[in-house]
Design a protein around this ligand. Structure first.
Ligand code: PLP
Length: 384
């Protein structure tokens, strides 16, 4: 089976993890801050805060921005469930903004209209989380400006997008948002096995996220109530969690980050090859418009919705590990029980009915890619 995504592990990666295992620190040592600095440097941010997953990083990012009970949080229905779940975990009410059919990202016009209506009703969200679907940045200039106009905070879920660029800046530079979160799950661009990093230009938000990932505890006397009682002393200032990344994960990520540019370039080359090879088939290819360099986490083709299942099954039977990203979040039973229903976000639902993610990863050989193309060509004609 040619999978839809796969990690790339080199001898250097293995040596970096082994060195940590033989060192003094398995957690809370020097590798995590070095990895955080490497991610911040590569993405144009001042601060990076590592966590044991992107889900955890999104959760502490929401908490650091003050999201809580009685607040509203908005995201896109075309994302992994984690993006919406972190709002519910904070006690907030979650709602969605439909997508743009060309980019599969949150539609800025739909967001502007929904923000204006919410402002008129006196019920604005506290924060909005756009997602850079497939590695292509959402239209952050418009989304960020609309949110700023209404005093709404923004977290970019850039789980797919490390190494991407938008309007002249790396994704993560925080030009249009408060915090940006990257995932290092093995199918993503760069991996730490499990892991996430939140980057920000704001020192206060970085410090808050550092506390929240480690029980809400500080050892900084300047932040304490009253005087420190000695070198052992710490204080818990708020309710936090243990969301820490291990040293082994950080060492793997640090070693992988050296290849970030090469990974994104390779993914773009493979995407260009797919564009050329699939252009004459009855499938719609990913949109490439806008001033952005996609990190190309995913390559999604869209097919006739009445044949999507047959084409998907034919590809799986041919040994092609296709997948679907994503089932619209609002259609999950958990969210239907909170009042959502089919028809609520029609552009997202129409996209879902047609989408198939085909294999794309840095280690995909051109010969294997040609096999994928041949299988798609035969599946779309067979199914017809
Ligand atoms: C992978 C992913 C997440 C969750 O990342 P984890 O590191 O697995 O917690 C969140 N949002 C999106 C869009 C993702 O693709």
């Amino acid at each position: 089976m040619i999978p839809y995504g796969r990690q790339d592990i080199t001898d250097d990666d293995v040596a970096a993890v082994e060195a940590v295992l033989r060192s003094d620190f398995l957690t809370q040592g020097p590798a995590v801050p070095r990895f955080e600095a490497a991610v911040a440097r590569a993405t144009g941010a001042a601060h990076g805060v590592a966590a044991n997953s992107a889900t955890s990083a999104l959760h502490i990012a929401c908490l650091a921005l003050g999201l809580g009970a009685g607040d509203l949080m908005w995201t896109t229905p075309i994302t992994f469930v984690a993006t919406a779940n972190v709002g519910a975990l904070c006690g907030a009410e979650v709602d969605f903004v439909d997508i743009d059919p060309e980019s599969f990202n949150m539609d800025p016009a739909a967001l502007e209209a929904k923000l204006d209506a919410a402002a008129a009703a006196g019920r604005l969200p506290k924060l909005v989380i756009p997602v850079h679907m497939c590695g292509r940045s959402a239209d952050m200039a418009r989304i960020g400006a609309a949110c700023r106009r209404h005093g709404v905070r923004v977290i970019e879920d850039a789980s797919h997008a490390i190494g991407g660029r938008h309007a002249g800046a790396p994704v993560g530079a925080g030009v249009w948002s408060d915090i940006t979160v990257f995932s290092f799950h093995p199918v993503k661009i760069v991996t730490t096995a499990e892991g996430g990093v939140a980057v920000t230009q704001d020192e206060g938000l970085a410090a808050a996220m550092e506390r929240l990932r480690s029980h809400g505890v500080t050892r900084d006397p300047a932040l304490m109530q009253g005087a420190s009682e000695g070198p052992w002393y710490y204080q818990q200032l708020e309710l936090g969690l243990n969301y820490r990344m291990t040293e082994m994960q950080a060492a793997l990520g640090l070693s992988q980050m050296e290849r970030l540019g090469a990974y994104v370039a390779r993914r773009n080359d493979l995407a260009d090859r797919y564009d050329a090879a699939l252009v004459d088939l009855p499938v719609d290819l990913p949109g490439r418009g806008g001033q952005t360099l996609s990190a190309f986490h995913l390559y999604v083709i869209r097919v006739d919705p009445t044949r999507r299942r047959a084409i998907f099954e034919a590809l799986r039977a041919a040994g092609i590990g296709v997948n679907v990203h994503y089932i619209p979040v609002h259609l999950q039973p958990f969210w239907r029980a909170r009042g959502f229903a089919p028809g609520d976000f029609p552009v997202a639902e129409a996209y879902y009915a047609r989408a198939i993610s085909i294999p794309l990863y840095a280690g995909l050989s051109e010969a294997d890619q040609d096999r994928v193309v041949a299988a798609i060509a035969s599946a779309v004609t067979e199914a017809a």
